[in-house]
Design a protein. Structure first.
Ligand code: SAM
Ligand code: ZN
Ligand code: ZN
Ligand code: ZN
Length: 272
């Protein structure tokens, strides 16, 4: 993975991928470590690139996860379903696959795109934000939201501490429904994180988060554009879109400063 971004603040440690949170004696923590240490065994035996009909990684899907961008064949975008982002689970080719590094099913694993800048937002209360200096087509991968993968109890504790100390909250809870089970992943990039930690919430976002797996069962929280983005635009996603447990009361919720026409006034609030 190539990721040459850095943090200006020396107290934040740059990690290019998510890492396990601090050691805990709990079954939940052991499961996180087991997941970090396990290798997904499904893989393909393709030579060079993977084609949907021949590749074991794509055969269940019957299509491809990504397609070359029409205007620049060197760029990949999501294989949109009738123009919309599909709800297919994305599994990329991994270290066990024999295809080349140039295979079209390797996108998120290659790291963030170039041309991302961390800048102060116009509204100072929103703090820093992430901006793209380039035009980005719909379906383009931007970067991961990488940080410490922590347990639910650690997430609740950190969330309460942040609220008590009036600190910004960076913890993202991703919920996945798989074979009747609910999987919850808590990622906190506040102290250890990548460039994705600077992405602010918007009620009319231009990006969304899609879980993408490569080598391990731990999903990468991959940020993709959900519309074309003009140069020098702030990258945003909807903090509430991947967790449906929003409460309707406004207790403990912060005012949303996204400035969009359809702003909901309050930031999404998660019940962990
Ligand atoms: C993941 S961080 C985003 C980067 C952050 N702005 C910074 O300066 O590092 C999330 C925090 O940013 C702030 N934030 C993000 N989107 C916001 C919005 N639409 N309105 C107000 N504050 C926002 C909130 O304090 C939130 O807890
Ligand atoms: Zn491949
Ligand atoms: Zn493969
Ligand atoms: Zn808003």
């Amino acid at each position: 993975m190539i990721d040459n971004y850095t943090h200006e603040n020396n107290n934040i440690i740059y990690v290019i991928e998510s890492i396990p949170g601090p050691k805990e004696s709990s079954q939940e923590y052991d499961e996180i470590i087991n997941n970090f240490n396990s290798q997904l065994t499904d893989h393909c035996l393709c030579q060079q690139s993977c084609l949907k009909n021949e590749c074991r990684c794509l055969e269940k899907l019957k299509t491809t996860n990504y397609v070359p961008y029409i205007k620049n064949k060197h760029m990949s975008v999501l294989n949109l379903d009738n123009g919309e982002l599909s709800s297919n689970i994305i599994i990329e080719c991994n270290d066990l696959c024999s295809c080349s590094n140039e295979c079209g099913n390797r996108v998120v694993q290659k790291g963030p795109i170039e041309g991302l800048n961390i800048k102060k937002c116009q509204d100072e209360a929103k703090g820093l934000g992430l901006f793209s200096e380039c035009h980005l087509p719909k379906g383009m991968f931007v970067c991961e939201y990488a940080g410490e993968v922590i347990t639910k109890s650690e997430a609740i504790m950190r969330h309460q501490m942040n609220a008590a100390q009036n600190k910004m909250n960076y913890i993202l809870c991703l919920q996945e429904h798989s074979a009747g089970n609910l999987l919850q992943w808590f990622v906190d990039p506040s102290k250890f994180g990548n460039i994705g930690r600077y992405i602010n919430h918007s009620c009319e976002p231009n990006c969304c988060i899609i879980p993408v797996r490569v080598n391990t069962p731990i999903p990468k929280l991959a940020i993709f554009t959900c519309s074309d983005i003009l140069p020098n635009t702030e990258i945003t996603f909807d903090y509430g879109s991947f967790n449906n447990d929003n409460i309707s009361e406004n207790i403990n919720r912060s005012k949303c400063l996204c400035n969009s026409k359809n702003c909901m006034e309050w930031m999404p609030y998660h019940v962990y």
